[in-house]
Design a protein around this ligand. Structure first.
Ligand SMILES: [Zn+2]
Length: 244
C-alpha cells in the first residue's frame, strides 16, 4: 500500500495504491473521501497516475458529495445555515421565530422553518418529518402516474401506495394485497431514483423473484435502471432495494 498525490488547482489530491490480484485497475472514492486504487502488479504506476488525472472531475465531485453527507449526518439541529436534503440536492436552511403558525416552507431553493421556539430541536425535527411525509405522498403519487402506464399493458393494476420510514429497505411490495410500500427517505433522492424504486416494485407484480425474467422485464421498461440503482446507493448505502 503506497500513498501518492496529484496536484489539481494548487490542491494535492491524495490516493492510495494497493497491489492486488484484480484484472486491471479499480478506482474508488470511499465515504471518508479517501481515494483507493486496487491495481494488478503488471499495471505500471504511470498508467495509474494518468487514470487518476483523467478521473479527477468525478473524484472531486464524489469527495464533495461525501463531505456534504458527513456534515449532514453529524447531529442535525435544524439551525440556520444547516443543509437540507431534498430530491437529490442540498439546500440551505433559515430558521425564523414567529408567534403564529409553525411550518416548513421550501421556496426558490431555500428552506424556511417558521417556529415559535428556535431552541426546541424535537419540535423542529417533527415539523420536518411531517413536511417530508407530505411531500412523499405527492411525489410518490406523481411517480405512480408516470410509471404505471409502462406496465398497465401487462395486466398490472394500479396498486395503492403506503409511506413508511424504514431502516433497511427503500421499498417493498405485496402482490396479493395490491400494495407497494415506499420509504419516506426516498424524497431525499432524485425523482429518477423514486421512479426506479417504484417501477422495480411494480415489476414484481409480474415476476415475483429477482430472477433473469424479472431483470430482463425491468430493463425493457427502463434501460438505464442500473445507473439509477447506483445513484440511489450514494444516498444511503445501508438501505437495500427489496427482498422480492
Ligand atoms: Zn425487488
Amino acid at each position: 500500500m503506497t500513498e501518492h498525490y496529484v496536484t489539481h488547482q494548487g490542491k494535492n489530491i491524495a490516493f492510495t495504491v494497493v497491489r492486488k490480484k484484480v484484472k486491471n485497475v479499480n478506482l474508488r472514492v470511499c465515504p471518508d473521501s479517501t481515494v483507493v486504487i486496487s491495481a494488478n502488479k503488471k499495471v505500471p504506476y504511470s498508467y495509474i497516475e494518468q487514470l487518476v488525472k483523467d478521473k479527477l472531475p468525478w473524484i472531486i465531485k464524489t469527495m464533495d458529495h461525501f463531505e456534504t453527507k458527513r456534515s449532514i449526518k453529524g447531529n442535525r439541529k435544524y439551525i440556520t445555515g444547516e443543509i437540507i436534503e431534498y430530491l437529490g440536492s442540498y439546500y440551505p436552511l433559515k430558521v425564523i421565530e414567529v408567534p403564529g403558525r409553525e411550518e416548513v416552507i421550501f421556496d426558490s431553493g431555500d428552506f424556511f422553518l417558521f417556529v415559535r421556539d428556535d431552541n426546541d430541536p424535537v419540535l423542529k425535527e417533527q415539523l420536518f418529518a411531517q413536511w417530508y411525509k407530505d411531500q412523499a405522498k405527492a411525489l410518490f403519487d406523481r411517480s405512480l402516474e408516470r410509471m404505471h402506464p409502462l406496465v398497465a399493458g401487462d395486466g398490472i393494476e394500479k396498486p395503492s401506495i403506503t409511506i413508511r420510514t424504514m431502516k433497511t429497505r427503500w421499498g417493498s411490495c405485496s402482490w396479493s394485497r395490491q400494495k407497494i410500500t415506499l420509504n419516506t427517505e426516498l424524497v431525499k433522492t432524485p425523482p429518477e431514483c423514486i421512479d426506479y424504486v417504484l417501477l422495480h416494485e411494480l415489476a414484481h407484480f409480474k415476476y415475483h423473484k429477482h430472477d433473469a425474467s424479472f431483470y430482463s422485464y425491468l430493463a425493457g421498461l427502463m434501460p438505464d435502471w442500473k445507473e439509477r440503482k447506483q445513484s440511489l446507493k450514494s444516498f444511503s448505502a445501508n438501505l437495500s432495494l427489496c427482498r422480492g
